[in-house]
Design a protein around this ligand. Structure first.
Ligand code: MN
Ligand code: MN
Length: 310
């Protein structure tokens, strides 16, 4: 939210928005701290996701998107289905990526938990990249220069940054507000401005450093409101619009809207085919290498970036 994005807000409203971003960030930080205790071998993924989302609600915030639990070579966008029975394995590399919002003011952060103890260097690569990136952020810095810092930290440790995943600008109710922060050096020329809020998320890969869509999709967001023919699909679209606006939601979250699982999947399919929904397929490293991620949401201040999710 640089100056241009804030036309129309007076000082008092602006202070209120910043306070909500700050509180949402603190909620995310607190939940991620407790996540360490939940992420253990043998724990059901569904229990972990539901606990994380409940912990966000207990802090008077709402999940800004479903709790992502992406394991090993899966980089992002997995959240367990309503009937998922899987448990964490003894040696899983687990990325926990969560978001909380207060009236649309979003905090987005992620950590990686290495149950094997074998991926210390990979985790360190994403952590060092995040640290270097954040310490370089201040007004006037170009996003492509931040990508160069990320790439250098990860490559110098013998890994690859995931080049087709990026950080992103955040605005009220907009998780991806148009501007991206690449994880590699690039000529992207957007200059950070005071008041901007960004999620920054270096992914370090022991594989190819590229992700591709898998056929699995558990997360969607409403992106348009076309005319929908089916009665149930229309009902589902209204439910999504009322509860999540355009923020991402899980199929699991809407699994109780209808009694029938078939009605739900047919309605989701109709909304997808009509262009009402944007799908977020589960993303996997194309070289099938392990992936670590670390993410914070920051606000650009006069001469630095302040971490909101710490
Ligand atoms: Mn995230
Ligand atoms: Mn993010």
């Amino acid at each position: 939210m640089g100056k241009e994005d804030l036309a129309g807000y007076d000082d008092e409203e602006l202070a209120e928005i910043r306070r909500k971003f700050s509180d949402a960030g603190k909620a995310v930080a607190s939940v991620l701290k407790d996540a360490q205790k939940l992420v253990l071998p043998g724990e059901p993924l569904l229990d972990i996701a539901e606990s994380l989302e409940k912990m966000i609600a207990d802090l008077k915030a709402k999940p800004a998107f479903p709790a992502n639990i992406s394991i090993n070579d899966v980089a992002a966008h997995f959240t367990p289905e309503a009937d998922n029975k899987a448990v964490l394995g003894e040696t899983d590399l687990v990325k926990i990526d969560i978001g909380a919002h207060i009236d649309g003011c979003i905090g987005d952060a992620a950590i990686t938990i290495d149950l094997s103890g074998q991926h210390g260097k990979l985790c360190e690569a994403s952590e060092a990249a995040l640290e270097a990136a954040i310490s370089s952020m201040k007004p006037g810095v170009k996003v492509g220069e931040i990508g160069a810092k990320i790439e250098k930290e990860i490559a110098s440790r013998g890994f690859r940054p995931i080049e087709n995943l990026t950080g992103h600008k955040i605005e009220p109710f907009l998780l991806h507000a148009g501007v991206e922060i690449p994880n590699i050096a690039s000529s992207a020329s957007y200059e950070l401005a005071e008041g901007d809020i960004f999620a920054i998320e270096p992914f370090a890969s022991a594989g190819s450093g590229r992700v591709a869509d898998t056929s699995q999709v558990e997360i969607f967001s409403l992106q348009a409101a076309p005319k929908i023919r089916g009665k149930y699909a229309r009902q589902l679209m209204d439910h999504i619009a009322q509860n999540y606006l355009s923020l991402p939601f899980a199929e699991r979250w809407v699994s109780k809207v209808f009694n029938s699982k078939l009605t739900l999947s047919a309605s989701l399919r109709e909304l997808l085919n009509s262009g009402a929904l944007h799908p977020y397929p589960v993303l996997r490293d194309t070289g099938r290498g392990a992936v670590a991620q670390k993410e914070h949401t920051v606000i650009i201040e006069h001469d630095s970036a302040k971490i909101l999710t710490a």
